[in-house]
Design a protein around this ligand. Structure first.
Ligand code: ZN
Length: 160
């Protein structure tokens, strides 16, 4: 079965950054399942996997714009320390939930803590990076009706 929209794919992958450092890998775990064509994985990877079959391997380089987006300097902001005083153990790399003017919540990461302000970054940790994936396709199957309705894979512990 060739990978196309609405099929469930299970893949092993290793993700490296431009410097060749391993950022993430499914090695030693179950293959990662996703529903093709529903934005479960980054667009550049989804596109590259289209048409592959079980047993095939593929090396994919994904530009930032097709991955986690370009790095947005304006997404880095300073917040008065005063505004965060309810948070215990504030530390660099801690993730905080924030809200925009419209009340949508998003995650920011603490970049640095100064005397009276905290610099936070709303960019995805991999924003601006060209991503290099080594992928092996372990299984391709039809999605169930529920999976198609929900737009994601139900496996293991999913109970809704
Ligand atoms: Zn579901």
């Amino acid at each position: 079965m060739k990978i196309k929209k609405d099929l469930v794919v299970e893949m092993h992958y290793t993700l490296k950054n431009a410097a060749g450092e391993v950022i993430d890998s499914s090695k030693g775990q179950e293959p990662m399942p996703f529903l093709q064509g529903h934005g479960n994985i980054i667009p550049g990877l989804e596109k590259a996997l289209e048409g592959l079959e079980t047993g095939e391997n593929c090396e994919v380089s994904v530009e930032a714009k097709d991955g986690y987006g370009e790095y947005q300097p304006e997404a880095v902001q300073k917040i008065p320390l005063e505004a965060l005083k309810g948070i215990d153990n504030l530390a660099v790399d801690m993730e905080l939930s924030s809200q925009d003017d419209k009340g949508n919540s998003f995650i920011v990461r603490v970049k640095s803590i100064e005397k009276e302000a905290v610099t936070v970054d709303a960019n995805h940790p991999l924003a601006g990076e060209t991503l290099h994936f080594s992928v092996s396709i372990e299984n391709v199957r039809a999605a169930t009706k529920d999976e198609l309705e929900h737009g994601h894979v139900h496996s293991g512990g999913c109970s809704h």
